[in-house]
Design a protein around this ligand. Sequence first.
Ligand code: LCS
Length: 393
Amino acid sequence: MNTLDKGFDTKLIHAGAFEEPYGSATVPIYQTSTFKFKSAQHGADCFSGKSDGYIYTRIGNPTIKALERNIAELEGGFDGIATSSGMGAVSSVYMALLGAGAHIVSADAVYGPARGILETDFSRFNVEATFVNTSRIENIKAAIRPNTKVLYIETPANPTMEMTDIAACAKLAKEHNLILVVDNTFCSPYLQKPLALGADVVLHSVTKFINGHADIVGGVIVTKNEELYKKIRHSMVYLGCNMDPTQAFMVLRGVKTLSIRIERAQENAMKVAEFLSKHPKVAWIKYPGLPSYPQYELAKKQMNGFGSMMSFGLKGGYEAGRKMMDHVHLALLAVSLGGVETLIQHPASMTHAGISKENKLAAGITDDLIRFSVGIEDINDIIEDLKHALEAV
Ligand code: LCS
């Protein structure tokens, strides 16, 4: 079915699906590493691009293609490139768009390994990187150099929840001939469509909201045009970080319920945020849906809803954070986010424990910060769990 003119929720269910001989209601898993050619000529045509037949699963596979088409339609892009993980997506984008002598401007609160690979690995190939607080456009302007090729943002940022104005970044990128890449993991295309706001490339850790069930790791890249698609697909295929067909099947299954999962999770999140904002042991809370959130107006303008991620600070600081982690029962004490289950973590003692205090503070990660990913459980149980854990603090 051609779903290009259909609504978002119809695309979730049907986009990317293709006709196959048995009339399967779901996209089948083509669990094969390689594909038979019909003849020597057919093989030659597949390799030369005259035929769009499949060759080898690292290069392409029907189940994976269905997912790539699905996410590309949801994001409103040219086509998608599925990867083995979100970091596979990040690495493929860097590999395709950067080279010796190139410079990238990125966010200081960008997902740790997305920064780490630039600092420890791409730096060995003479790629330069500057990390700034991208929530202020003037910081980005000041960081741009003659050799800057890419502007890379993540909004809202993980775990500080600071937002970056995508449309303002797109304007700046255009003025300086930069490629704007947006990591849309925290929002998913249900809440935010960076390509429509002027971005060139969107990427996801589909491990999070898009799959939504904490049972696979994966990534997807969507580009606005064919040129970027070909460039990034080439790097992905050469790096060899392709998605697996079963992984793609799982993500296709998960994505169907994206809208209803996010709707319920953000309804819960608003109630959790209201509860936390009144709690005497909570020093501060950052949730885009609260009028007290510093970028509330930008959240309303840029996002189609406020999502289910938040961070909050405990008056008792680091020790209180650790204590709270030991007293939750319903929320899983775990990294990752965006699943149907509520997750909690304390970055200062967990994900960011290895980072110097100075760098943590520069990125806005204070000792008291708790990251909370609200799931779709019964809201009364989520709040009861928080109440109980906060009593122990
Ligand atoms: N981008 C963002 C915004 C992320 O949060 C993550 C993973 C990635 C990219 C990388 O994706 P992956 O390779 O894990 O699929 N974020 C994690 C987190 O916050 N806790 O654990 C992983």
